[in-house]
Structures are given as C-alpha cells and as structure tokens.
Design a protein around this ligand. Structure first.
Ligand SMILES: [Zn+2]
Length: 123
C-alpha cells in the first residue's frame, strides 16, 4: 500500500490520483504550484515588466491572506496569468484597468478559444 501514499505529506492518495500514477496528492500538487508561481524565476520568465510581476504576486498573496484555498488559487492562476500578460502589453497606467477593459480582455480570450476550437475541428 506504500505506493498509494503522498510523497510529500504521507496522506492517502485517492482513486483518481492512483489511476493517474500521481506520486503526490492534489493538495500537495496545488501547494507546490502556488509556491512556484510566486518564485522570482517564474515571475521573470512570465512577465516582461516588474510592475506586472509584482501585481500578479500581490494578487496571489492577497488570495492567500483572505484564506482562499490553494486548490482554487491554482485553478484560477492560469487564466489570471494570461489576463495579466495581456494587460502588461496593453496598459500604460494602472488606472487604465476599467470594467470595460476587463470585459474586452475576457472577450478576446473567448474569441481565441473559439478560434482554437474552429482550427481543431477543421485541421
Ligand atoms: Zn500530499
């Protein structure tokens, strides 16, 4: 049974983790991921501007501070990272982030997803 134990916390792996041949449980995976997205290395490779990297890091810290689970932070961090990356290419001042701007970005991401679906259907 020792194979079905998380390498990090020693907790029992669930069936879906065992099926995926995971060596760590989903909670440890999420914790590791959330730690990783806060490292200087990750921030430097994913952002061009220090300001947006700092802002992204602040966002993660804020979620932790208000007790959002690492699972939820991990689930949303990918999308949020994309939004911040688009943001740093588009904005000049932080005050440029308005509701309309955000809706615009969400629309762009939606269109990109649709385009990807169209491409994967035809090619
Ligand atoms: Zn674990």
């Amino acid at each position: 049974m020792s194979n079905f134990i998380c390498n990090r916390c020693g907790g029992q792996l669930n069936n879906s983790e065992i099926n995926k041949k995971a060596t760590i449980c989903h909670l440890c995976y999420s914790k590791a991921r959330v730690e990783r997205i806060q490292t200087a290395e990750f921030l430097n490779t994913n952002f061009e501007k220090t300001r947006s990297a700092k802002l992204f890091n602040k966002y993660v810290l804020y979620l932790k501070e208000i007790d959002i689970s690492v699972e939820t932070i991990r689930k949303h961090s990918g999308k949020v990272l994309k939004i911040f990356q688009i943001a740093e290419k588009e904005f000049i001042k932080l005050s440029d982030i308005t509701e309309n701007w955000l809706l615009n970005i969400i629309e762009k991401i939606r269109m990109l997803k649709l385009l990807n679906q169209v491409y994967s259907t035809f090619y």
